[in-house]
Design a protein around this ligand. Structure first.
Ligand SMILES: Cc1ncc(COP(=O)(O)O)c(C=O)c1O
Length: 376
């Protein structure tokens, strides 16, 4: 289902109002450089949602993650992360020549398995980069505790998981920096855009200094020495306006979709054809960016679809999206030098192939056109 007419109408009205004003009044338009207006309003909503002290809107999540790596001075170090994600999760960290050490995954959520993370930590490890992939929130309590135990930064790519919860907390809440995205298919869609949430005043100020216009640096951080050499990673004003105008309604729509998915999960579990999904028991409420399951025994696609359809749930089955990061040619072409080479000239990562990692589990994706998230 496309985004609702009401949400679309709020976005259009807010954009029109902004443009009418900004096109007539350049001083008003300049406010965007200082991060006032819709940017500040959106940041307030994000802070309230996550219960974090600081929020900074950025041009997109990829730039947000890059800015966090730079601000935390993560350069030429090791970080523990997931092999199962979209490459943009790692792009900024790799750009800084940091070496990913891949962890194993929780079988239910396909996110970092905290025990495996612990085993991958070496004296060179400086950070954990967790990803709420498919909109499944990571085990933020366990990851926070490991990060504290080893003195590591815990950074979360929550691009897909705004509106998700785990153990009653917004997805990845306990990370030192949580990065969200407003690009296509995300819980709040603004065309482009993203934001970084943190509780650290120091990190926030560094991020403002590195990514925002001097007007905002002065207004927000009170700097007398401003940085004209910052990378411009500001959010586009229209993206901020759309995200701000549609924030609550988008999350409300998501809540309805989450209810619908939980009903679908109950039916799926009753079929006995797939591994039981125990999100309710485990207090996991994904944002359902993608809905995946694993066959219990052999594939029985027709039987499964028929049973679901009989109970009012129309799905199409598709292969699990995404290719393991270390197996991607573009990753190998650019970042092989971060790894030792094996005898065949390939890169030696610690990560197992998906089949080994996931054992007998054979995952697939259940897609539906009923809901808003049907594009990657
Ligand atoms: C898991 C994940 N991380 C990062 C990104 C990058 O987000 P953005 O498009 O806002 O740069 C995406 C985009 O789809 C994503 O799915």
């Amino acid at each position: 289902m496309p985004i609702s007419k009401t949400i679309t109408q709020s976005a259009l009205s807010a954009m029109t109002a902004y443009w009418q004003e900004a096109s007539q009044n350049p001083a008003k338009a300049e406010g965007h450089l200082a991060g006032v207006g819709a940017v500040a309003a959106l940041e307030t909503k994000l802070k309230a949602h996550y219960g974090k002290a600081y929020a900074l809107c950025v041009s997109n999540a990829t730039m947000g993650l890059f800015a966090v790596a730079v601000a935390l001075n993560l350069k030429g170090v090791e970080f523990v992360t997931t092999p199962y994600t979209y490459g943009a999760s790692l792009a900024g960290f790799l750009w800084q020549e940091n070496r990913p050490i891949f962890s194993e995954l929780e079988l239910q959520t396909l996110t970092l398995n905290p025990e495996s993370v612990r085993q991958q930590i070496t004296p060179n490890t400086k950070a954990i980069l967790a990803v709420d992939i498919l909109g499944n929130p990571c085990d933020t309590i366990a990851l926070r505790s490991i990060a504290d135990e080893y003195g590591l930064w815990y950074i979360a790519d929550a691009a897909q998981s705004l509106g998700s919860y785990r153990q009653g907390m917004p997805g990845s809440k306990l990370a030192d920096a949580v990065v969200v995205s407003f690009t296509v298919g995300k819980s709040v869609f603004a065309g482009e855009g993203g934001a970084i949430l943190t509780d650290s005043a120091e990190l926030y100020q560094k991020l403002v200094w590195l990514t925002q216009h001097p007007h905002r640096q002065k207004r927000d951080v009170g700097l007398c020495l401003t940085n004209e050499f910052a990378l411009n990673a500001r959010i586009h004003p229209l993206a901020a306006i759309i995200a701000n105008a549609t924030f609550e309604a988008s999350l409300q729509q998501l809540r309805q979709e989450q209810d619908w998915y939980f009903q679908a999960i109950a039916v799926l579990n009753q079929t006995g054809l797939t591994e039981s999904i125990e999100f309710q028991r485990d207090e996991i409420v994904p944002s359902f960016f993608r809905f995946c399951a694993a066959w219990r025994k052999e594939k029985q696609e027709r039987e499964l679809l028929a049973q679901l359809r009989g109970r009012g749930f129309n799905f199409q089955l598709q292969p699990l999206p995404l290719q393991f990061i270390p197996a991607q040619s573009a990753f190998q072409a650019q970042y092989a030098h971060l790894f030792p080479l094996n005898q065949d000239g390939g890169i030696e990562t610690n990560v197992l192939a998906p089949q080994q990692l996931w054992g007998a589990q054979s995952y697939f994706c259940l897609n539906t056109t009923r809901l808003s998230k049907n594009c990657w």
